[in-house]
Design a binder for this molecule. Structure first.
Ligand SMILES: Nc1ncnc2c1ncn2[C@@H]1O[C@H](COP(=O)(O)OP(=O)(O)OP(=O)(O)O)[C@@H](O)[C@H]1O
Ligand SMILES: [Mg+2]
Length: 252
């Protein structure tokens, strides 16, 4: 299963990615958890305290040069070898390998630089060829998914919270996804406090398939402060993560 998770800033993408990764890992699946947010913090979402050994792939200058054969001529390979990168540049927790991609450079005039070529090839490798389950934590867009890659994503999950802005973002992301022929879009609602929150989202997002309703829970924030994964707080939050995981399998 290949899932990409996106949504407006702060809605709970990293919390959801980490929770699903831990749950599937504990069910015995091998999971590649990919932090594709330039402001990376999936490691802490997974409760990994020591992040000193994690290096973002986009910062691996020597590797990028070696693989893309970028030189003074300005030419470089668009299909560099990447299949060994997940093993070499990831850290493990349980059955999860965490890899941090780092930022995609936004050059002017549609420039493609060696860093982007490598990241693009890597994301394609992860989504199209890996046997493990892959869960991507993205920013509020789908920049990492190219045309060929997007169609191999089983689900794009947009996280929303009860509020107009994250709903607007959901529609914008769906439009971007549609442009890449990625139509398998699901929504997970997060930070639900009242029945009114749920009604608001249900009516604003009636065009979307909503596969989960995560409650607002102060313990999620307390867990974060203690460097514990939100998934481990138990209670209704954990129950709903389990429901979402089942729904994802069923929809597949
Ligand atoms: N269900 C919830 N109840 C209470 N707090 C939550 C819940 N889900 C997430 N949070 C809190 O909201 C904040 C944002 O969550 P998270 O980092 O997962 O969002 P994000 O979408 O990944 O953010 P960013 O866009 O910055 O990457 C965190 O402090 C997290 O602990
Ligand atoms: Mg995040």
């Amino acid at each position: 299963m290949k899932i990409a998770i996106t949504g407006k800033g702060g809605v709970g993408k990293t919390t959801l990615v980490a929770s699903l990764a831990l749950l599937y890992s504990r069910q015995g699946y091998k999971v590649l958890a990919i932090d594709a947010d330039p402001d990376a913090n999936l490691a802490s979402g997974l409760g990994i305290a020591d992040t000193s050994s994690i290096r973002a792939v986009s910062e691996l200058k020597d590797l990028i040069l070696e693989r893309t054969k970028a030189g003074p001529s300005g030419f470089f390979k668009l299909n560099p070898r990447v299949d060994d990168i997940p093993e070499r540049f990831s850290i493990r927790k349980e059955n999860i390998r965490l890899m941090v991609l780092g930022g995609i450079k936004k050059g002017g005039g549609g420039c493609i630089c060696p860093e982007n070529a490598l990241l693009k090839a890597l994301v394609q490798h992860l989504i199209v060829y890996r046997k493990e389950w892959v869960i991507l934590d993205m920013e509020a867009g789908i920049e990492h998914l190219g045309r060929g890659t997007a169609q191999s994503v089983d689900y794009l999950i947009i996280v929303v919270e009860p509020g107009k802005r994250s709903i607007e973002t959901a529609y914008r992301i769906r439009k971007l996804a549609g442009d890449l022929n990625l139509n398998k879009v699901l929504v997970v609602a997060n930070k639900i406090r009242t029945p009114r929150d749920k009604e608001l989202l249900q009516s604003a997002l009636h065009e979307f398939r909503i596969v989960g309703w995560l409650p607002y829970d102060d313990q999620v924030i307390e867990a974060e402060q203690e460097n514990k994964p939100a998934y481990e707080i138990g209670g209704p939050f954990q129950d709903e993560i389990e429901e979402i995981s089942k729904a994802l399998l069923n929809v597949l």
